[in-house]
Design a protein around this ligand. Structure first.
Ligand SMILES: Cc1ncc(COP(=O)(O)O)c(C=O)c1O
Length: 360
């Protein structure tokens, strides 16, 4: 089976939308359907059912951890990047008077929980700036009062790679890295970060509402946004609880059993060389668009998103492309369209994109 044949959606579509949701593989679909059927026939009950779910949870933790080169003991399973950010914001008890440095190119999933907590946000204006300037622009916002630097590993707007590791090294300030557009797309080593979030529904091709949070120093972050999986034990009468060892203590809830089964399938048997292949195709996508006269906003040598401007209404363009089987998204308020290029794509998808733009 070719890499492409794993994903039914690619039979008919030029699927370029993993920055929102990755394609679901046949293996993922089958694993979810099989467990759902079992649940329907036998009930979501019984010691074996629950034990198997817990065992799968630990296998998935290992698999996700491997994707970001982190120890599994430091990885909590979450529902999303946003939820990982909420865990960190709650744990650090960030609020009014706490200075946090971020950028104007962040997703609300990162800045939303910070702003809602009332932190003093210092925002580096990086949008549209060359990737080579990002370090200086963010560094300039850091003061002796800064408690946290919160920024993406890869910009969701144009795919620029952000220098979070260099900022951590240069300032000594803890970094909360939004890994939504990085994990599963490019090689990631999260261990240089203090906190690193994963959205598994995107480039890891997991089911909806799956994700993870890496925490480097587990004992230094109080578990505040917790749910049942976080507790080793508790005493309601005494009003006490004992957190689990490791990053499990940060877990806000259980991933649905079927989603967990789908995620396990998605993270099993991944082909070697996939990130290099995705990078190669991304550069090819840029070239093809530029050759076709398209105004490409993404610089070369970044991650796996390619953003570009075309004349006319972007919503209408996305709709017309959709009708031709080319699936991508617009970025509201920016005039940009965004193609997500994954290891499952091939040149035919890129050609269909260019052709679709030409004939629109
Ligand atoms: C950079 C970035 N951060 C956060 C998010 C939100 O992700 P999630 O739905 O996993 O919270 C997205 C989703 O598009 C994103 O692109």
């Amino acid at each position: 089976m070719t890499w492409r044949e794993r994903f039914p959606v690619l039979r008919e579509h030029a699927y370029l939308n993993a920055g929102t949701f990755g394609p679901l593989s046949r293996a993922t679909l089958d694993a979810m359907a099989a467990l759902r059927e079992w649940e329907g026939e036998h009930g979501r009950a019984g010691g074996t059912y629950f034990e198997e779910m817990l065992a799968r949870r630990e296998r998935v933790r290992e698999l996700v951890a491997a994707q970001i080169a982190a120890p599994a003991a430091n990885v909590a399973l979450t529902a999303s990047t946003t939820q990982g950010v909420q865990v960190v914001v709650a744990g650090l008890e960030l609020g009014a008077g706490d200075e946090v440095v971020s950028t104007d190119a962040e997703h609300f999933g990162l800045t939303g929980p910070l702003v809602a907590a009332g932190v003093d946000l210092r925002v580096a204006a990086v949008k549209g700036k060359p990737a080579a300037d990002l370090f200086d622009l963010v560094r300039a916002q850091v003061t002796p009062k800064t408690r946290l630097i919160a920024l993406s590993a890869v910009s969701w707007i144009d795919g620029a790679v952000f220098p979070w590791r260099e900022l951590r090294d240069a300032t000594g300030v803890p970094v909360l890295v939004d890994g939504a557009q990085a994990a599963g797309a490019i090689d990631v080593d999260a261990t240089g970060a203090d906190f690193f979030t994963v959205s598994a529904q995107k480039w890891l091709c997991g089911p909806d509402s799956t994700g993870a949070l890496y925490v480097r120093e587990v004992d230094a972050l109080p578990p505040r946004l917790v749910g049942y999986p976080a507790a080793e034990s508790y005493d309601i009468a005494e009003g006490t609880w004992v957190p689990k060892a490791g990053a499990m203590r940060f877990e806000p809830g259980f991933t649905p059993a079927t989603a967990l089964a789908g995620l396990e399938a998605a993270l099993t048997d991944l082909p070697d060389g996939r990130h290099a292949r995705a990078r190669e195709l991304t550069e090819r996508c840029r070239e093809l668009l530029i050759d076709a006269g398209v105004d490409v906003a993404t610089e070369p040598g970044q991650a796996t998103l390619v953003s570009f401007r075309v004349a006319g209404d972007t919503t209408d363009t996305v709709r017309r492309l959709y009708d031709r089987g080319v699936l991508l998204r617009e970025l509201p308020g920016t005039g940009l369209l965004r193609a997500s290029v994954g290891w499952w794509n091939d040149e035919s998808d890129l050609e269909r994109l260019v052709e679709g733009l030409r004939r629109r």
